[in-house]
Design a binder for this molecule. Sequence first.
Ligand code: F0G
Length: 474
Amino acid sequence: MSDHAYQQCINPDCAATYDVGEVLVSCPACDSLLDIRYRWSRLPRPTWTRFEQRWMTKGEHGAGALDFSGVWRFRELMPFYRDPSDIVTIGEGRTNLQDARRLAGRIGLKSGGLQLQYEGLNPTGSFKDNGMTAAFTHARMVGADKVACASTGNTSASLAMFADVSGMKGVVFIGSGKIAYGKLSQALDYGAMTLQIQGDFDDCLRRVRQIATQVPQLGIYLMNSVNPFRLEGQKAIMYRVLEARDWNVPDWIVVPGGNLGNCSAFAKAFGELHDLGLVERIPRLAVIQAAGANPLHVLVNEQGVKWNEGRWDQSARDELYAQDIKARTIASAIEIGHPVNLPKALRALEMMNGVVRQVDDADILEHKALVGRFGFGCEPASAASVAGAHMLVREGVIGPDEEVVCILTGHQLKDPDATVKYHTGIDMKAAQESAPQQPPTGRYANPPIQVEDDLAAIVEVLGGDPALVSTAQI
Ligand code: F0G
């Protein structure tokens, strides 16, 4: 389909390659994750000046729509598409790097030493739009018309909007009671079929992966970040950070970690920029997990697991995941116990000389309040990055004179309940649950559908024939 881009298994002992026209969420040969790779020597050489020039054309029709996008403005750095007409864009990625002077002092950094990348300013209010535009572009390239994801809320909101705009059918799987209302309201309003599975994110992801890979009768294209095209789009967050800093690399990138797609994408971005000679050095990475959802912290800091050039200790992960510890945190976006991108995150830590930390819920909420007081605000998971940066400054790992960029992944209005509860003590969620329930009467009402955590039941709700699902799969 394209001779300059291909998919490749990240396991160095396999390294099998596949065409970009194939729809894969793991390597068919060894089941490892996949990367998108480019033969850069066959491609026009990207330059920063070229990207900057696009600010002048962004309002025009045609290529102007791509130049308007904060993702596709950098399209030479993610050239997996066949033709620009494949690209599905909703004007994503027009986000903002703010100099957080007042907050910097509060967390022990010099004035000018802390910048906040407000990804909540995306069309659906989270960084997910960066990846979704790329994955929908691939979905369109391969002729998909039905897309699905499991989500803690933001991925589902983003998928729902992109599906609506691109005329595809969107299906989202969310854990029962596991999603902030702002996010649920988005998926419903954009008309996605919303399945509330009795379980959590990990259960939902397992089910939607089964549906996409083992139930071909449904023809569903998977939009979670095991889809390597998602991560191609998320690289753009780093390009915008650099652009806002006049292409000067900061000392640290600090990001919350859930399913560990974002941190993986950031390392890929910097690795490629370095190989292309567009940056001279690579910043350090800090991945911050919630203490109640901390598998990367446990494996890296307590068990010493390292990427080790791809020969990492998979049995340590398998043993941890087999314990089936349920993730629990106020930061529902990152309430994930079995992150699928763990190997890529280990690789990212190696590439970016990274560290991992865990922060507890109280710390997350205090730092969320500080971000709100001194800036545009963010949702709880996003504030984990600032809490983590603060912790690393206190430990002396981040020096007081270093330049730190924290990624604020989601908008403050995504989870107003957490904010109201913090400031007033009133638990809006509990209050809503005890209120009398009335069936919706609106003409366009799109209520969520409750389903058991059972493959045949899910297939039936999706309009498939449950009899065709083998009992082995259930
Ligand atoms: N911050 C927010 C606001 C998120 O929604 C997520 C992930 C993360 C951080 C973690 O990013 O998974 O790349 O490590 N949300 C996913 C979702 C899981 O379904 O919306 P990650």
